[in-house]
Design a protein around this ligand. Structure first.
Ligand code: BEZ
Ligand code: FE
Length: 288
């Protein structure tokens, strides 16, 4: 007979026929930890039902352009933990660019753009140039490396959140580095913004007295042949919420100055009017 004492071992034993050993390991750990959690907290039936209801609502909130489950993982710190475990690989070279969370808004293909293009299709924000090089761990430039970029607009919304307001692809671009591994594009300085709070995750934040804000940032995925791609952001130095990101994703090495610039030759080089802000940094990839 199954009792509260034997159920854990019985549930684990039920996995004996699992062909994939990794699947068996993961499910065994999940069962053991979930059961330990229920025992430790004395989880009540009403609380279990509330949790099932919460997860059901989380699933219902998901669409092609809204990923409430990733958001839940983000605010619980799980996304950042998984990211950090992956980034702590023994073969990671010192000095290679650190990763951070993907987030829920990398859900459309970024439009292919020429180097120097402006990804701010709407305008209105503070003009800015982002430039640098994509290099290998030993500093060798990576010509042809691909840089996928996405950011919220000056009001803190991604294009997919406002299909009636922003043109698709606003704040996004897919760039190919030049023969010296260089990339550069124009945009507006991002601002801090709240993660979506109109769903179950917002309820959770409210119930726990947490604010929903993320510090100002731009997302990147950099990839190059023979190298491990890196999913990361740069954060605007001095932004609010750098110390209290709602999704725990700030790493000090990713905080960059967006330097006020009024230099005619730089303005000419980047095809932008003075004054503007300039973020300049290299993305360093590990060999695969
Ligand atoms: C983002 O930066 O796009 C993001 C990351 C995690 C949760 C919500 C938004
Ligand atoms: Fe973001």
């Amino acid at each position: 007979m199954t009792t509260d004492v034997t159920v854990t071992d019985e549930a684990v034993a039920s996995l004996e026929g699992t062909a994939d050993p990794r699947l068996r390991e993961l499910l065994t750990g999940l069962i053991r930890h979930l059961h330990a959690f229920a025992r430790e907290t004395g989880l009540t039936q009403a609380e279990w039902e509330r949790a099932i209801g919460f997860l059901t609502e989380t699933g219902k909130m998901c669409t092609d352009t809204r990923q409430e489950f990733i958001l839940l993982s983000d605010v619980l710190g799980l996304s950042m933990l998984v990211e950090t475990i992956a980034g702590d690989r023994a073969d990671r070279a010192a000095g290679s660019t650190e990763s951070t969370v993907l987030g829920p808004f990398h859900m459309t293909e970024s439009p292919v753009r020429e180097l120097g293009a402006n990804i701010d299709l709407v305008g209105g924000g503070e003009p800015c140039v982002v430039s640098g090089r994509i290099v290998s761990g030993d500093g060798t430039p990576l010509p042809g490396a691909v840089l996928d970029v996405w950011q919220a607009d000056g009001n803190g919304f991604y294009d997919v959140q406002q299909p009636d307001v922003q043109p698709p692809g606003n704040g996004r671009g897919l760039f190919t580095a030049d023969a010296e591994g260089r990339f550069w594009f124009r945009t507006c300085v991002p601002s801090p913004y709240p993660i979506p709070t109109d769903g179950p995750v917002g309820e959770l934040l409210k119930a726990t007295g947490r604010h929903p804000y993320r510090p100002a940032h731009i997302h990147f995925i950099a990839s190059a042949e023979g190298h491990a791609p890196v999913t990361t952001h740069i954060f605007v130095a001095g932004s609010d919420y750098l110390d209290s990101d709602a999704v725990f994703a700030v790493k000090q090495s990713l905080v960059e100055d967006f330097t006020p610039t009024d230099d005619p030759s730089l303005a000419r080089e980047f095809g932008i009017e003075n004054p503007f802000r300039h973020a300049r940094f290299d993305l360093v990839l590990d060999r695969a």
